[in-house]
Design a binder for this molecule. Structure first.
Ligand SMILES: [Zn+2]
Length: 276
């Protein structure tokens, strides 16, 4: 038994470090928490990251992402038609995020009244149901590349920051806040299908979720206007809505979020992604 283990370990090490096998795929993007990587290859039959099977586009392209708080080692396995298996060992470094202290005099923003609980529960349910559709598309709609969904603006909140509101620690900020006047056009960051549009939800206001295929999705929160319908296909740069301050928001801004399935990705990292 020990002998077999030694042989298997040797094989695994050989596969990981063998340059012959690693030539089979090309990996784009930084291997850091809160980011995606895009992988291109040839004759890919299947690919897995640890125990999760990945969707493959007909043009031999796939995406996967790491959550903001994800660390440690992962194994990417890619099987090619010729029977070759490429193994890549991915090591994610620890990431430190900013702490942002906010003191807001409006007390209503720090505590949720009980009367709203039902409404919030219903809205969560709607969002959760829409999310079930994410990850059903094999096509890499995102292959048109990524762009910022707002022209200009001031960054008022970064991804990953731990917010302390009136002395109370809140959830990690999972997007990028861009302050611009109300009515400023919001563009689709890349091609995709409209997964969800909402009408003035308590927290996120009126917002849009786009499904870019293979689990990659983006969110545009606190909008004043929505110009798209669920199920509609949108192109990169198409106007999908207008900036507002609906939901729990202190002024007109876009909260732009990106996820791979439910893993939270930094939109600023998305803008750095080049894969051609
Ligand atoms: Zn935000």
């Amino acid at each position: 038994m020990l002998k077999i283990n030694i042989i298997l370990t040797f094989l695994l090490i050989t596969l990981i470090y063998s340059p012959i096998y690693s030539q089979e795929i090309e990996v784009f993007g930084n291997l850091v928490p809160g980011n995606i990587i895009i992988v291109k290859g040839n004759n890919i039959q299947w690919a897995w990251i640890d125990s999760t099977q990945l969707k493959i586009d007909s043009q031999q392209l796939f995406v996967l992402g790491f959550d903001a708080k994800e660390t440690g080692s992962k194994i990417l396995k890619v099987k090619h038609d010729a029977g070759l298996v490429t193994l890549k060992n991915i090591k994610l470094p620890d990431q430190e995020y900013k702490v942002q202290k906010i003191n807001n005099k409006k007390q209503q923003f720090s505590a949720t009244p009980d009367s709203l609980e039902n409404r919030i529960k219903k809205e969560r349910e709607i969002a959760k149901n829409a999310r079930k559709k994410i990850g059903k598309i094999d096509t890499a709609y995102y292959k048109s590349g990524f762009m910022k969904p707002i022209k200009g603006g001031i960054i008022t909140g970064v991804f990953g920051s731990q917010r302390i509101l009136n002395g109370v620690p809140k959830n990690m900020h999972n997007g990028l806040d861009i302050a611009v006047p109300r009515g400023t056009p919001v563009y689709a960051m890349t091609d995709g299908v409209v997964n969800l549009t909402t009408n003035n939800f308590y927290y996120a206001g009126s917002y849009i979720v786009l499904d870019h295929g293979q689990g990659l999705n983006s969110m545009y929160l606190h909008l004043s206007q929505i110009h798209v319908k669920e199920g509609q296909y949108v192109k990169k740069g198409e106007i999908i809505g207008e900036v507002g301050t609906t939901g729990r928001s202190t002024g007109p801004h876009l909260h732009w979020g990106v996820q791979w399935y439910s893993k939270r990705v930094d939109p600023a990292q998305i803008l750095k992604m080049k894969f051609d």
